[in-house]
Design a protein around this ligand. Structure first.
Ligand code: ATP
Length: 661
């Protein structure tokens, strides 16, 4: 790919910013000119101060984007920080995402040959990613980008995971990441972890999304989507209107949407499915889906305006009370609140929502696990019991420190100006190219330098995103207004995401919000950044993923997530050992009591009492766990020492800095 050979400047002043072309949960994307290369690019801007707790996600995205090299994957050209923003420079994909194209011109989805062509390209990208040990974890139409010539690239590695993280290729993941509608059941369940087969599920959901114009369950709030995905039979091409689709398409979707991940094909195998014989060339895509489309920026603006209108209409129709309910509902869901009372309240709101929503969902013929698969059945099951069951199905994980966001990127340039913590002006983008340079320079000056890593992050008003655009006929359960002023200008910046898109991050400034973000010690904490996202410490007995060994200049704060993860992991392992010891004690054979004593006293000599096979197995597990506990403690110790050293360096540097200033 040509982009890898060119040297893209890593300085904001070398780019002229044009119009906004996309928004996600965590980022805004702009079209821009790379002045020295005279090339149009797209720049994704992430506000590091607002991406609470998602240092790992951002780092992963930047790393993955720079390392991948495949024609169907969006590779970054370069990335750098300016003020508290991270800029990721990428090739500009002028067609925008498939989601945007559908919303603009194909509200009921694409024709089958188009779908086959798009999906084959995405699948090629997945084959590459999986072969290199990556799980994408966010495959959906919004992340399939189309270029002017019909070429396709899969984007957004914000939640991708590397299977080699801990040096173990086969390791399943135990993190809770993704976008609800596209999320595989095993990812939601968090029982046995998951692997690259989770992408195959999302791929199947994406196929349905491209066929219908929206993902299954997309009109439901996130909690409901989780319930439905877990309880209902997998969705498929079973609608009356799906008769137009070929058997091979239906087969391909059915192969992906099997609840048991082991029964899903690998991406490589799926690529050989007869359905992809219908795939055509990029040329064909250009003619069939790009023809007549207005420029990306215009489309984006129109779609946003439409969303804002919908929101205003909703306000008029349902009033503030309902909006407040929705807000409360989304807040609970977004924060993945395990407070039972809150969840019950949320469940009540789900029912409320259902009553007014227009049910057009399918009655699938196949039943799985003896659970009814039609929506009205699922609706009637919105009981407290379900919520309690669901609550027990999910694990909760600790959250990295807020401060950990800083200092992650040592690729900084241009961090020049100074600003107070409360000063966080948005980047103002002029539509006139000639004005760009001045405006941008001013902005950069305003954005300022982050003086201290210890500085408390005081987020400005949250710019709520609208990445996934609502189907027109759907009343938004997810778009809401703040408690504050509700003028249109504010609306623009506070539109929530569709539930068919990632769940919106909610600023935790409400007294009613009972979830403690940083309460690591209780282990009941969930990290969340727009998606359900619970990472770092997992319940797997395997070693936690450590941040790479810090290099000089990496702030000590960035080690905190690893340390927390190790601590958490330690606790989990300790509990596991205790549990095993208890279970040895409870083994009915007369010998087991003795065996437990041996274990408890650290004496593993079982020679005098012949152990049962179960005791042997438990014993060896205990030994393994003890060993790994030991090595974790060692790692923790090392990390602590490094932390101390780095903190010292850091404070020296800060002193030096303040002297210079
Ligand atoms: N290189 C690009 N060229 C054109 N449009 C782009 C490009 N990158 C992103 N976009 C547009 O911007 C939108 C948001 O970008 P992106 O998905 O990377 O942000 P995000 O915050 O990671 O989103 P998500 O909500 O999926 O997590 C995309 O859906 C797409 O429409």
């Amino acid at each position: 790919m040509g982009t890898t050979k060119k040297k893209y400047p890593v300085n904001a002043k070398d780019y002229k910013l044009y119009e906004e072309i996309g928004e996600g949960v965590s980022a805004s994307v702009y079209r821009a000119l790379c002045v020295p290369l005279n090339e149009i690019v797209a720049i994704k801007m992430l506000d590091l101060e607002k991406c609470n707790n998602d240092l790992d996600g951002i780092r992963r995205e930047v790393q993955t984007m720079s390392l991948i090299n495949h024609p169907n994957l969006l590779q970054s050209c370069c990335s750098f920080t300016t003020g508290h923003k991270l800029w990721v420079v990428m090739p500009y994909m002028s067609g925008g995402s498939c989601l945007h194209i559908m919303k603009s011109s194909f509200p009921d989805g694409f024709e089958e040959p188009v779908i086959a062509t798009l999906l084959r390209e995405v699948l090629k990208a997945l084959v590459y990613l999986h072969a290199h040990g990556h799980i994408h974890r966010d495959v959906k139409a919004g992340n399939i980008l189309v270029d002017f010539n019909g070429s396709i690239k899969l984007a957004d590695f914000g939640v991708s995971a590397c299977m080699f993280d801990a040096g173990d290729r086969q390791r399943s993941r135990n993190t809770f990441v993704g976008t609800p509608c596209w999320m595989a059941p095993e990812v939601m369940q968090q029982l046995h972890g998951y692997d690259f087969k989770a992408d195959i599920w999302s791929f199947g959901i994406t196929a349905l999304e491209l066929a219908h114009g929206h993902a299954p369950f997309s009109k439901y709030p996130p909690m409901k989507v989780l319930l439905m995905t877990l309880q209902n039979a997998p969705p498929g091409l079973d609608y009356e209107r799906d008769k137009k689709f070929s058997k091979s398409f239906k087969d391909m979707v059915a192969a992906c949407l099997v609840k048991d991940p082991k029964k899903r094909p690998s991406s490589e195998k799926l690529l050989k499915h007869p359905f992809f014989k219908h795939a055509k060339t990029a040329d064909y895509l250009e003619r069939s889906i790009l023809d007549g489309l207005s420029p990306l920026g215009d489309r984006f603006r129109m779609l946003k305006a439409k969303e804002a209108d919908l929101l205003v209409q909703n306000k008029e129709l349902y009033g503030d009370k309902d909006q407040l309910s929705q807000q409360e509902y989304i807040k609970g869901i977004s924060a993945w609140n395990f407070n039972l009372e809150d969840i019950k309240n949320q469940a009540a709101l789900i029912n409320e929502y259902d009553e007014i929503s227009n049910l057009e969902e399918p009655k699938t013929s196949n039943q799985q696990n003896g659970i009814s698969d039609n929506y009205s059945d699922a609706k009637s099951q919105d009981t407290d019991d379900e919520i309690i069951n669901l609550e027990s199905s999910f694990a909760s994980f600790p959250t990295p420190s807020l401060q950990a966001l800083k200092g992650c990127f040592d690729i900084c340039e241009d961090d020049v100006a100074t600003v107070s913590p409360t000063e966080q002006p948005p980047v103002q983008l002029s539509m006139k190219a000639s004005d760009q340079e001045t405006d941008k320079d001013d902005d950069i000056k305003q954005l300022g330098r982050i003086k201290s890593l210890q500085k408390t992050s005081i987020p400005g008003p949250r710019k709520y995103m609208s990445g996934s655009l609502l189907p027109d006929n759907v009343r938004s359960p997810k778009k809401l207004m703040s408690n504050g002023e509700r003028d249109l200008h504010q609306l623009k910046f506070q539109v929530e995401r569709s539930s068919s898109g990632p769940i919106q991050h909610i600023q935790r400034n409400s007294l009613t919000h009972s979830l403690s973000v940083e309460n690591v010690s209780e282990g009941a904490v969930v990290q969340q950044k727009g998606r359900f996202r619970v990472t770092e410490a997992d319940l797997s007995p395997k070693a936690p993923v450590l941040n790479p060994t810090p290099t000089i200049g990496v702030p000590a704060a960035s080690l905190l997530p690893s340390l927390q993860s190790i601590l958490q992991h330690n606790t989990v392992q300790r509990e596991e050992i205790l549990r095993l010891i208890k279970s040895v004690e409870q083994t009915p054979s007369s010998s087991s009591g003795n065996a437990a004593e041996h274990v408890e006293t650290g004496n593993s000599d079982f020679s005098q009492i012949p152990p049962t096979p179960r005791e042997r197995e438990l014993h060896s597990q205990v030994i393994q766990l003890q060993q790994s506990l030991g090595s974790l403690a060692e790692q923790l110790q090392k990390q602590k020492m490094k932390n101390v050293q780095l903190e010292k360096k850091l404070s020296d540097l800060m002193k030096q800095n303040s002297i210079e200033e």
